[in-house]
Design a binder for this molecule. Structure first.
Ligand SMILES: *[C@@H]1O[C@H](CO)[C@@H](O)[C@H](O)[C@H]1NC(C)=O
Ligand SMILES: *[C@@H]1O[C@H](CO)[C@@H](O)[C@H](O)[C@H]1NC(C)=O
Ligand SMILES: *[C@@H]1O[C@H](CO)[C@@H](O)[C@H](O)[C@H]1NC(C)=O
Ligand SMILES: *[C@@H]1O[C@H](CO)[C@@H](O)[C@H](O)[C@H]1NC(C)=O
Length: 571
């Protein structure tokens, strides 16, 4: 209801602005439009004219198609350039907007009395602070306060905005405008001890008996052939991203290692990087479940690999998403970004404008070209994605649909290992299935015929790419033992395996893996996964997809076998 009203009044405002146009008012063209206010949000009223907005303006990038070609060259095992990752300068040359673009946008800002600051290493993002009244005029926008019914949080967004016609092709997008913050932060779902399921068919002798009840690093080592011997390469790094005031506790990690990695020093630590005012206080009452999980299942699984906790603070004005962009820009500015990055957060793809989703995906492309494996949890809502409200069609997760990230779903059970019901998977509406997965994904789509016709995009990029254990994961948080479930656990587990492979590659004088997908979907790569053929991921009043032989949108290619991956890499 409110959505329609807002849109109508906005449309009227645009018409009025056009009718009263003075010679200095540039000819405006509609740039982005959201048809309806997303479910869960309602309109409170116009944003206060004097409230300050920090707007980020993305400039058209130089040559992303060229960067994509270069990325395929350095990431495809059969390519002569495999492993020859690009330097910071090489990547920036593809991204840096051309001088005409920079001049045109700066001249327009300056004619409006504004000066922008550069806010990304390649200069493709500008930041400018303006009052709402000015922003409404500059972009023919209608900045409005929206409130989310679950969280009560208010946020300022506009349902559409325009740019001067002369800047079309120069401005990629303006943010925050039509992208809404996702109220469902990806946090692990606590499974209480009473709900722990005994794993039937436990292959006795293969994994310790305790793995029938809870998963600990020792179970993962046995199940996925992960070495317990410490990694040796100091130049290797695994970064773990944390948002939303999630703090990783050394005391909890020490207790975890004391009990679950008796072969490791319980003083093993992690380093800290912070941005946007991020902190990592160690007071016992400030522990974070997600942060503890992510740190314990990297330090405790990627034995001996240097781990960095990257704590992203709240010093951005555009909801949770600003942090997503800021952390990539922060790492792109480094001369040696971590070779593996694990993130257990995500959001609902449709809440993002396609232009912003694409720009962020391009940022992951840049990081991938530098040689970083960008790994994300696939989400915990089955085919309903991160969104837990009613859905009339399946909801893809962002950034799982971005081809340059590797998305990790969740499994449970030992023999057989099966896809867990909450494991999000499906098909993006924003990206088509890329060449590395096109044939395997279309084979799956064909196999289900007309089932769910209209509920998902049959040509979209399929996710997750892989899966790992994600149910009844034992951890220590706030000094207590607990057990959690979520793809939030699966992502750091898989990231740890990649970091251990990188350790061996670096030790052998080879290059780290970088963007994983072309290798994972190659015949050798795919054969290094335990194919998972049972389980499904219900949601939106359906039974969801089924795990099947080969790739499927519940468990991807399956769960990793470290020994097979090592052999496939010629180690
Ligand atoms: C860490 O290990 C030492 C033995 O190596 C033990 O004495 C100490 O209690 C452990 N710390 C914790 C917090 O359990
Ligand atoms: C945590 O405890 C400290 C005192 O040790 C207190 O100052 C702080 O307010 C507490 N924080 C929270 C979130 O309870
Ligand atoms: C389906 O995905 C394609 C890209 O593969 C996209 O062009 C199309 O718009 C999507 N359809 C819908 C309904 O979102
Ligand atoms: C999943 O498997 C069940 C049982 O075999 C079958 O009835 C259903 O049609 C399958 N669903 C899909 C989407 O393949």
């Amino acid at each position: 209801m409110f959505a329609k009203l807002t849109f109508r009044s906005l449309f009227l405002a645009v018409l009025l602005a056009m009718a009263t146009a003075t010679p200095v008012t540039p000819n405006m063209v509609l740039h982005e439009l959201r048809q309806t206010v997303p479910a869960g949000f309602s309109t409170v009223g116009p944003a206060a004219a004097e409230a300050t907005l920090t707007l980020r303006i993305a400039l058209a990038q130089n040559d992303m198609a060229g960067l994509e070609n270069a990325l395929y060259d350095v990431s495809t095992p059969s390519s002569p350039l495999y492993g020859q990752h690009l330097s910071k300068e090489q990547v920036e040359a593809y991204v840096k907007p051309n001088q005409n673009t920079v001049s045109a946008v700066n001249a327009w800002l300056s004619s409006n009395g504004l000066t922008a600051s550069k806010s990304s290493p390649a200069g493709d993002w500008l930041t400018v602070s303006v009052p709402v009244s000015k922003a409404n005029q500059l972009f023919s926008a209608d900045f409005t306060v929206f409130k989310h019914s679950d969280t009560g949080k208010e946020t300022i967004r506009t349902m559409s905005y325009s740019i001067p016609a002369s800047l079309k092709g120069h401005i990629d997008l303006v943010h925050p405008t039509t992208t809404f913050p996702d109220p469902n932060a990806r946090l692990p779902v606590i499974s209480s001890p009473s709900k722990l399921q005994s794993r039937s068919n436990l292959a006795r002798g293969v994994v310790p008996d305790s793995c029938a009840f809870t998963i600990t690093p020792v179970c993962l080592q046995a199940l996925y052939n992960i070495p317990a011997t410490p990694a040796t390469q100091k130049s290797n790094a695994l970064g773990v991203v944390g948002f939303l005031d999630e703090y990783a506790q050394q005391a909890d990690l020490t207790k975890f290692l004391t009990h679950f990695r008796t072969d490791m020093s319980n003083l093993t630590s992690f380093s800290l990087q912070t941005l946007d005012g991020g902190i990592n206080p160690q007071a016992k009452n400030m522990t974070g479940l997600e942060a503890d999980l992510d740190i314990q299942y990297t330090v405790g699984v990627a034995t001996g690999v240097p781990i960095t906790y990257i704590s992203v603070g709240d010093n951005y004005q555009d909801g949770d998403l600003g942090g997503f962009l800021d952390v990539v820009d922060f790492l792109l500015a480094e001369s040696n970004p971590p070779q593996v990055l694990s993130t257990s957060y995500g959001m609902s793809e449709p809440l993002m404008s396609q232009a912003l989703a694409n720009n962020l995906c391009n940022a992951y492309m840049q990081l991938s070209a530098r040689g970083t494996s960008v790994i994300y949890a696939s989400g915990d809502g089955g085919v309903a994605g991160p969104q837990d409200s009613d859905c009339t069609s399946f909801v893809p997760t962002f950034p799982a649909g971005c081809p340059y990230v590797t998305s990790v779903g969740a499994t449970n059970g030992i023999a057989p290992e099966y896809g867990v019901t909450f494991s999000s998977g499906g098909f993006s509406n924003y990206w088509a299935a890329p060449k590395f997965q096109k044939s395997i994904v279309s084979k799956y789509v064909k196999s289900i015929g007309k089932t769910y016709k209209g509920l998902f995009n049959t040509t979209g990029r399929g996710f997750p790419d892989v899966a790992a254990q994600g149910q009844s994961i034992e951890l220590v948080t706030a000094n207590s033992y607990n057990s959690v479930a979520g793809t939030s656990a699966s992502a750091p587990i898989f990231a740890s395996i990649v970091a251990l492979l990188n350790d061996e590659l670096i030790a052998a004088g080879k290059k780290p893996l970088g963007w994983l997908n072309p290798f994972l979907y190659s015949a050798k790569g795919a054969a290094s996964f335990n194919d998972i053929t049972t389980g499904n991921n219900p949601g939106c009043n359906t039974n969801g997809f089924n795990a099947t032989a080969g790739w499927d949108p519940v468990t991807g290619l399956g769960s990793p076998d470290f020994a097979k991956l090592k052999a496939a890499l010629g180690l």
